[in-house]
Every structure is written in C-alpha cells, then in structure tokens.
Design a protein around this ligand. Structure first.
Ligand SMILES: [Zn+2]
Ligand SMILES: [Zn+2]
Length: 134
C-alpha cells in the first residue's frame, strides 16, 4: 500500500535518499533551496510530520535537543560523545529480533525504534586523562 504524497513530501524523500546521516528540518529547507526547490519551512515541518506518521521518516534527537530526520530504512545506531558531539555509527542492531517479537505479541505495527549510547569518545577520554594529570 502506498500513500499519496504531496510534491513537497516527494522532494523531501528524494533529498533524504541522497543524504547518509540525519538532517535537521532547517537544513532540509536550506538544501532544497540550494537545489532550486523552494518550499517554506512550515511546509517542511508539515511534510516531515506526515511522512513520520506514514512510517517513512524517523526522528533522532541529539544531546543538544536538535532533531535529525532520516529515512526509516536506516536501522542505524550510534555512539554519541557528550563532550565533542561526535556520532559514531555502529553496524549492528541488537534489538532487531525483539522488534519482531513485540509486533507479534502486542499486534503493534512498529515503524522504527531508537537506541543510543552516550559517553566519551576515545579522543575525549585521552584529553580528559591529560587534563587530570596536569
Ligand atoms: Zn568526544
Ligand atoms: Zn535497530
């Protein structure tokens, strides 16, 4: 089953397909403008909301509160550093199986899940160790 999409939604989906990481609504707006596909920021938000409820787009909120949008197919998880903000993708999903079980036991249609790990990256741990020793 395929929902009918507005032109704005199509443009946003096409953009998200070309972008590997998550992108903020503001940046989607700017990217589309750069491609001469001018749509209003309010329309970007409205389209993202519709795509989200359609199970096409997922939102990821960073430690600083910024919301990043991406296509739902990307079942990616990250290690996020609280110090420098670096976001390292991990190439495995530890809850894939659980998702299937939940869908069956609760008859719940799961569009996506989020799972994030927060802490200090290798570089920041090194910097911290240096600071303490001084
Ligand atoms: Zn770091
Ligand atoms: Zn996953």
């Amino acid at each position: 089953m395929r929902a009918i999409r507005t032109r704005s939604q199509e443009r946003i989906l096409n953009l998200l397909k070309t972008i590997k990481q998550g992108i903020s609504a503001q940046d989607i707006y700017v990217e589309l403008r750069n491609r001469n596909q001018t749509i209003g920021l309010a329309t970007v938000y409205r389209s993202l909301e519709a795509l989200k409820l359609d199970g096409m787009v997922q939102v990821r909120t960073l430690a600083n509160g910024e919301a990043l949008y991406g296509l739902v197919q990307q079942d990616k998880h990250h290690l996020t550093c609280l110090q420098c903000g670096v976001s390292i993708p991990i190439n495995q999903c530890p809850v894939h199986e659980l998702e299937h079980q939940l869908q069956n036991t609760h008859k719940f249609k799961v569009f996506y899940h989020t799972l994030e790990f927060f802490g200090l990256c290798n570089q920041c741990q090194t910097n911290q160790a240096v600071e303490i020793s001084h």
